[in-house]
Write a protein that binds this ligand. Structure first.
Ligand code: PLP
Length: 364
């Protein structure tokens, strides 16, 4: 039997703090219970702090990160909208697919896997798009795209950013950069269980949003009444109460530590991981300037062999040493490992543990 309390160092979910897990076992409350509504209000206020925004319409979408991305796009993309989508990895591809299904005219701003996207590629894709959609932290490649530069060059477009793997790991400045819709997920750098997708809409995005999106469930309009309490708290759908309570605790821990301190901790762990992997003779793929500290992509085909070799080594890490890392997807399948150092799991202890474990599996 593999160890049942693994150290999670893949692309998510990440390991949770014990206080976050304890919140999952708290007594059940109704979704209109005053105690719960206070916690929900405070959770939204904490999300504003983490997103660095004053946006009123800020809340956790019920569903995982993908639901957040879809909520952002159904609210901004109409049939015939000109949509520029940044594509340099698996998650950019998925945004292009979603925008296409909504009837948007998709223009791909594309660079190779492993390269970062900046304003040039986005501007070259279309002169005056209605919407620009960009992944901030490309979890398939470990690359950070230059959201600040794209935001500065967005013109009249609404900028939609997938900050699923960046929020709580590296700076995300919704108001200062000028992001219109920013969405994330709880199980990566925020250190909560999977199942919620924090999202925030600028006033500009709110006033220009699609009036009757094709998704009833994800439409931010009616949910706004419940989360902001503006027109009284009305039932829209049952809030996933335990997940909101766990997120409330996770965000409290994050803000107690301080957002800047949390970014510095992720940076220190990412740097230590990169240098340790290099010392083990493994090649880290992304150039340092664009490399995400919270998600490191390392070439392993040479060390363990492609396909079965790397998969067997990963399985051994999990079964014998109790550590989970991620394999490659898309172009990188069978070729790389994706190592997460996220949220509560971003610790010097875990970095040292993993490097020792990899040395063991490599037989050094
Ligand atoms: C993980 C991830 C998603 C999808 O999130 P789920 O919670 O798996 O639905 C979307 N975008 C990026 C960049 C991710 O890393």
């Amino acid at each position: 039997m593999p160890l049942d309390d693994p150290v999670l160092m893949g692309p998510g979910p990440s390991s949770c703090h014990p206080e976050v897990l304890a919140a999952l076992g708290a007594p059940m409350l109704g979704h209109l219970d005053p105690i719960f509504l206070d916690e929900l209000d405070e959770t939204c206020a904490r999300l504003r702090q983490v997103f660095r925004t004053d946006n009123e319409l800020t809340y956790p979408v019920s569903g995982t990160g993908s639901a957040g991305v879809e909520a952002a796009l159904v609210a901004t993309v109409r049939p015939g909208s000109e949509v520029v989508v940044g594509v340099n990895g698996y998650f950019g591809e998925r945004m292009a697919e979603m925008a296409d299904r909504l009837g948007g005219r998709v223009h791909r701003a594309e660079v190779a896997w492993g390269e970062p996207l900046g304003a040039d590629a986005v501007l070259a894709a279309h002169a005056a798009p209605d919407v620009i959609a960009l992944v901030h932290a490309e979890t398939s490649t470990g690359v950070e795209n230059d959201v600040a530069a794209v935001a500065a060059a967005k013109g009249d477009a609404l900028l939609v950013v997938d900050a699923v793997t960046s929020l709580g790991g590296i700076p995300v400045e919704v108001d200062a950069w000028g992001i219109d819709v920013c969405c994330s997920a709880t199980q990566k750098c925020l250190g909560a269980p999977p199942g919620l997708a924090p999202i925030t809409f600028s006033e500009r995005a709110r006033s220009r949003r699609v009036a009757r999106p094709t998704s009833w469930y994800l439409d931010p309009g009616p949910i706004a009444a419940y989360v902001t309490g503006d027109t009284g708290r009305r039932y829209h759908h049952t809030a996933p109460v335990p997940l909101v309570r766990a997120l409330h605790v996770a965000l409290g821990l994050l803000l107690d530590e301080g957002l800047e301190a949390v970014w510095a901790r992720h940076r220190a762990c990412g740097d230590a991981l990169r240098s340790g992997l290099s010392k083990l003779g493994l090649e880290v793929l992304v150039e340092p300037a664009a490399a995400l500290p919270q998600l490191t992509v390392v070439e392993v085909a040479g060390a363990f062999g492609r396909g079965q070799g790397e998969a067997a080594a990963r399985a051994r890490l999990r079964s014998e040493l109790g550590i989970e890392v991620g394999g490659g997807v898309g172009e990188y399948a069978g070729r790389v490992w994706r190592i997460g150092s996220m949220g509560h799991g971003a610790s010097a202890r875990n970095v040292v543990l993993l490097l020792a474990a990899i040395a063991e599996v490599l037989g050094r």
